[in-house]
Each structure stands twice: as structure tokens, then as C-alpha cells.
Design a protein around this ligand. Structure first.
Ligand code: ADP
Length: 190
């Protein structure tokens, strides 16, 4: 199976690129952000607790993420692989993902790191705020999400560099330019 981690700061284009490649490579898209937003929209207990974290731009506790992810992994079915979007978001989650995959005789095939400077991330999220309606796309929360990304999330890259599966992608171009780079990286693996 092709197990892809799509990685990058908030607003780096993970969700957009996931949508583009999911179909082309017959992957199952697992976005922890989308799974959390579905729980929040459904008003579940988990969703209510998660909202207090996401609204502030902080990470939701690992146990909650593992719970929703395990449920989603059971539904993978016939997909040729999985694209993990928004997970792992800290080194502890990276170890959890490796363990979850190892139990299935699988491992991370590649981590695609979408590299985008902070100013661009902030600009994109502020622009997205006008259409997304996402409670966490507001100036104060955005600032904290970028901070949390640098402090807690970006060390995940080193974890996978050490495993020799990290590919850096310039994420500053257009959607099409970035997808071309992403597809070139994936085509080497399939
Ligand atoms: P973005 O990457 O644009 O910030 P996401 O949709 O991936 O958007 O995540 C939105 C929010 O959901 C995060 O700010 C965080 O609060 C929460 N979240 C998503 N994935 C995780 C995760 N793996 N661990 C902890 N919190 C998460």
C-alpha cells in the first residue's frame, strides 16, 4: 500500500493537494481536521470537547485523535493506500501512526513536506476565512496555529527524515504547479 503523509503548516495546501491526488492514486483521504469538524457539526461529546481546542488553535489531545482515526482506518476497504492529512501533528502521534501501520504490516511510504513561508500561510488563511466559515480562520487563532506548528508539529519532519522517507515540496506556486511536484514525487513510488 502507498501510505502518504501530507505535511506542512496550516494553510500550506495539504487538503487541496490531498483532493487532487486521492483520485489519481486511488487513495483513501484521512483528514483529522475534517474528521474533527464532522464530530463538531454532529454535536457529539467528542466534537464539543475538540471545539474548545480547535477554536483556540491548539492541538486536540492525542487520545481523542487516535480514537477518531482508528474508527476511520477500519473503513479503508479497497483503497490502494491512505493519505494522512493533518496527522501526525507531533512526534508522539508519529510513533502512534508507525505502530498503527505496523500492526497492519505497513509503514509510511513517504512524507511530502509542503514548504511555504509563514507570511504566505497567514495570507492564505486570512483569504480563506472569507469563504471557509471556519471558526479557527481568524487572525488571533491563525497566529497561534502557526506558532504551534513550529513548536510541536514541524519536528515530525526530522522524525521521518531519519527514516529516509521525507520529500520536500515547494508549496508556494499555484495549485497546479504544486500538484505537478507532488505527482512527480509519488510517481517515483508507484
Ligand atoms: P490546518 O492544517 O489548516 O490548521 P486542519 O483541518 O488540519 O487545519 O486542523 C484544524 C485543527 O484541528 C487544528 O488546529 C487542531 O486544533 C485540530 N487537529 C487536527 N488534526 C489534529 C491532530 N492530528 N492532533 C491534534 N489536533 C488536531
Amino acid at each position: 500500500m502507498l501510505n502518504v503523509v501530507i505535511f506542512g503548516g496550516p494553510g500550506s495546501g495539504k487538503g487541496t493537494q490531498s483532493a487532487v491526488i486521492t483520485e489519481k492514486y486511488s487513495l483513501k483521504h484521512l483528514s483529522t481536521g475534517d474528521l474533527l469538524r464532522a464530530e463538531m457539526a454532529a454535536g457529539t461529546e467528542l466534537g464539543k470537547i475538540a471545539k474548545s481546542y480547535t477554536d483556540a488553535g491548539n492541538l486536540v489531545p492525542d487520545e481523542m485523535i487516535v480514537r477518531i482515526l482508528a474508527k476511520a482506518m477500519d473503513g479503508i476497504g479497497q483503497a490502494k493506500g491512505v493519505i494522512f492529512d493533518g496527522f501526525p501533528r507531533n512526534v508522539a502521534q508519529a510513533a502512534i501512526l508507525d505502530e498503527m501501520l505496523a500492526q497492519r504490516g505497513e509503514k509510511v511510504s513517504v512524507l511530502l513536506d509542503l514548504v511555504v513561508p509563514d507570511e504566505t500561510l497567514v495570507e492564505r488563511m486570512l483569504f480563506r476565512a472569507q469563504i471557509s466559515g471556519r471558526a479557527d480562520d481568524n487572525p488571533e487563532t491563525i497566529k497561534n496555529r502557526v506558532k504551534v506548528y513550529h513548536q510541536v508539529t514541524s519536528p515530525v519532519v526530522d522524525y521521518y527524515v531519519a527514516k529516509g522517507v521525507c520529500v520536500k515540496i515547494d508549496g508556494t506556486g499555484s495549485i497546479e504547479e504544486t500538484s505537478a511536484l507532488v505527482e512527480a514525487a509519488l510517481d517515483k513510488l508507484v
